[in-house]
Design a protein around this ligand. Sequence first.
Ligand code: CTP
Length: 401
Amino acid sequence: MAHLFNRNIVLGVTGGIAAYKSAELVRQLQELGADVRVIMTRGAREFITPLTLQALSGRPVHTELLDPDAELGMGHIELARWADLLLIAPATADLLARLAAGRADDLLTTVALATAAPRLLAPAMNQQMWRDPATTANVATLTERGFHMIGPAAGEQACGDIGPGRMEQPAVIAQAAAALFSSGLLAGRRVLITAGPTREALDPVRYLSNHSSGKMGFALAQAATDAGAHTTLVSGPVHLSTPDHVHRIDVQSAEDMLRECLALAPSCDIFIACAAVADYRPADVAAQKIKKGAERITLELQRNPDILATVSASPGAPFTVGFAAETNDVLTYARGKLEHKGLDMIVANDVSNTAIGFNSEHNAVTVLWRSGSRQLEQASKSVIARELIALIAAQLDSNHD
Ligand code: CTP
């Protein structure tokens, strides 16, 4: 069954009688595992109080676009980036019209324009308003622009009319939200992903490592699984929970990681090297704790194997994707790595930008393959991961054509 674990959902509530059902919708989304933040329009607040949705979501409700205090907490751009999905339920006829016109005249419509996440609308209005050609045209425009729709359902309405226009049931909307994350693009494929840092032992209590959080690799594991893949994650030490249905193998050093990858890669269709592998390890590991003594000591380091290059050069190598973290000449270095490591694809990011990359919730990358490239604008790591998986699936299919 589809779920929403590790998903951030911004729920927009607009001013219709169905707004009371949004309280139940918050619960349904949470039961599927989502973290929910609510935006209410002025109209919505005529039907249900922010306090109700605040208590249910466990988060302050966002209402104003130009409120300095609110912007200090989580401003509209942060909200737009935080979202893995923008769900608007109920979506009134007026909201559909404002979205279709590209308006940004309140917090909700601004976030709808500013987010790179998918957008799902659950329309709710009087049946005559739903049937009006203006609404029909707005829905067609929004669908054309990639908005997803759920409902409306038909039946008896609050105003006494009978016909289409009732907001879908909260459980149905929550399932539709979850289904958006399961694309089937990699159905039946086997995907191997490395993530996190490696630890290179110096002695029984010390090691060399780096600040990689593992978030990008874990987001990729989630996105691959959502796309229908059997996913194995070979991870260095991180503080992250394993996405559902992902097989995780914990390792410490680069050599451990290489061993696991070489054992698994031959049976995989795709290998994604997202780990921040230590390039060097101490040449000798002391059997006992090194005691302090001299003012200065010298550490001798030994080059670690390059896991990515080794897998890509192995017989029957899977479709191989590497990452390139660079501070300058990003695309030149990335294309060089694509060539000399013999990769099918490389994901380049500019680590001189501290808003993205290591430890951040966000990323922005340029993806290169032999015959093309694509820039993925700054977004949450789960949005970037989903886009990357779609690009990998497309290239994998075109390689097989
Ligand atoms: N990588 C790997 N094994 C290593 C080092 C890196 O599998 N021992 C992989 C990383 O997971 C990443 C890619 O190689 O996908 C690029 O790593 P990066 O450190 O950016 O590049 P390097 O090849 O190590 O080159 P340099 O450090 O000189 O930039």
